[in-house]
Design a protein around this ligand. Sequence first.
Ligand code: SP5
Ligand code: ZN
Length: 329
Amino acid sequence: MRCFWDERQRTHKPAAEFFNGGLHPAAEHEGRVDAILAAIGTTETPTDFGMEPLRRVHDDAYLDLLRDAHDEWLAAGREGDAFPYTFPIVGRRRLGLSRIDARLGQHSFDTSTPIGPGTWEACYWSAQTAIAGLAAVLGGGSSAFAFTRPPGHHAGRDYLGGYSYLNHAAICAEAALQAGRRKIAILDVDYHHGNGTQDIFADREDVFFASIHADPSTDYPFFWGHADESIGNILNLPLPRGTDWNGYVPALTHAIDWLEESAPDLLIVSYGADTHENDPISYFKLKTSDYAPMGRRIASMDLPTLIVMEGGYAVESLGDNVASFLGGF
Ligand code: SP5
Ligand code: ZN
């Protein structure tokens, strides 16, 4: 399978994230990069598709913030990564304030997703990597793997969160529609619900989104991903902590059957390896060997398929997990 990656994606180097009342070393760190690159072998560097495909999904004010936030953070006399600390809860007015802390809060939903000096560059090239993978698939390749990092599925049109800044699955779905595909299926198998992707495509008839994830009653992102949000083009299949492969398979079968009913002409997989038993922030029990049959079942949909990388933080198992999935596929 053709694999895409850009070294500029390394320039995002978050030091810490805040949860459970304290700062913890960032789970989405550069060690993930070497683990995955070692496992997938040769990669291709994307060409520059520019800002247009990003603008089809994300708001201009939000993109401006991603690009400028760290400079403004320094200009405000701060050091280290930029973090929000005050959030406009749902229903608050959009005030268009200019202070950096207000802007960060306006476009964030958590405190785990800092903006450092290289974050924009990494995000930009991560998106280009995804689009290059899509171009390979649209150009007649049956599948491609885009090693997107930082991840994307928690990012909405105008917000970041969950280590995600630009939503690669959404950007590629829109780009594929723009290129003449008619119906896009997105299958999200990361441990966490893909809230950004769901929000971006709510009520659409040309994009179908199915997500299998930890029950948000117990796990991040809490406020999205519940079963009763399954309406129209959205299917959420929350599973309890402790789910192993036997518990996972029926949900996978359900998600695949449901996506196939919509008769898509392209599949985008948001693949996260944080369902693995060793993942440090997650509580499913999948084994490395389970990702091969997972990949195989998804490949049985027999669709042109772009796989984008989401989470997965058990660095010592991460390369093997990705290789198992891609190998099975
Ligand atoms: C892309 C992706 O996988 N994003 C996940 C973001 C999860 N951030 C929430 C971190 C809270 C972790 N709680 C861990 C408890 C460890 N014992
Ligand atoms: Zn995740």
